[in-house]
Structures are given as C-alpha cells and as structure tokens.
Write a protein of this length. Structure first.
Length: 149
C-alpha cells in the first residue's frame, strides 16, 4: 500500500505526510491495500479534466480515476488509481461551508479514495453508505488530531 503525491501547486492545506496518512487510513478502513496517486492541482487543470471527462466546463473539488474502471482484471490488482484535487476550490469550499481548509482537504481525500475503491453516490442508498463512512473518517481525523501526531 503506497500513496504517491504530485504537487502542481505551491501550497496545500495539509502536508504530504498528512495526505499519505489520510489516504492509507481510509484504505485500511475499507479493508483495501491498494496504491493511490494524489495530484494537487489548480483550477485551470481541474477545469480541463472536468470538461474532458465529465463534460462540465467548470472546476470541481475532486476527481477520481480508477485503475479498474472499464477493465476486466485477473489476479491481484494493487493500483487503485489517481485522485486530482483542486486546492483553490478546496479553500473556497472551506470558507463556504465554514470549516477549515484542512478539514475540507481531508474530506475530499477520503471522498476520492472511496470512489477509487468502488463507492458511489448516484443512488440514495449508496450515497448514505458512502457519506456515512466519509464523515466518520473526517471526524476521526479532526477530533483525534491524527494528522498532528
């Protein structure tokens, strides 16, 4: 289980070590031992990705690209995929939702990992399950100060 981080922006609400901790703890929570790549990007790149892959000509907070999607995989697969996070969007959302940018960053990391391993929120029943796990993980990181140890 590995988490690689690619920074395309200068600043992030949390450090690389903390990003890795969130990703790896989330994978453990859902009993997966996959590798994940996290790309911290700006609005321009995120808007381009969102336009190409979702036909939405605007920026978004997080996009996940599963290594498994569309493939029949035999044997053991260790690469879950890639998560792209728009740091400027995270900062705007944190202000909008009146949470810290660290908390919003944690939320989007967990959200991205859950998508990579197969969780979705298209149907209400699936959304309840996914968001329950997501918010449980966020509360755990924030209230136990796991990021700061």
């Amino acid at each position: 289980m590995e988490c690689l981080i690619y920074r395309h922006v200068k600043k992030s609400p949390i450090e690389n070590k903390q990003i890795q901790r969130v990703v790896l703890q989330t994978l453990r929570r859902v009993k997966r031992a996959d590798d994940v790549s996290v790309h911290l990007i700006g609005d321009t790149r995120m808007k381009r990705l969102n336009t190409i892959y979702r036909s939405k000509e605007k920026t978004t907070d997080v996009l996940s690209f599963s290594a498994r999607e569309g493939f029949q995989i035999s044997g053991e697969q260790t690469e879950a995929g890639d998560i792209f996070i728009s740091i400027p969007q995270i900062i705007r959302q944190a202000k909008k939702y009146e949470v810290t940018s660290k908390e919003e960053m944690i939320r989007m990391l967990v959200h991205g990992v859950l998508h990579l391993v197969g969780y979705d929120h298209m149907r209400e029943v699936d959304a309840k399950k996914m968001f329950r796990i997501q918010e449980e993980m966020v509360r755990n990181f924030v209230t136990t100060h796991l990021l700061y140890s």
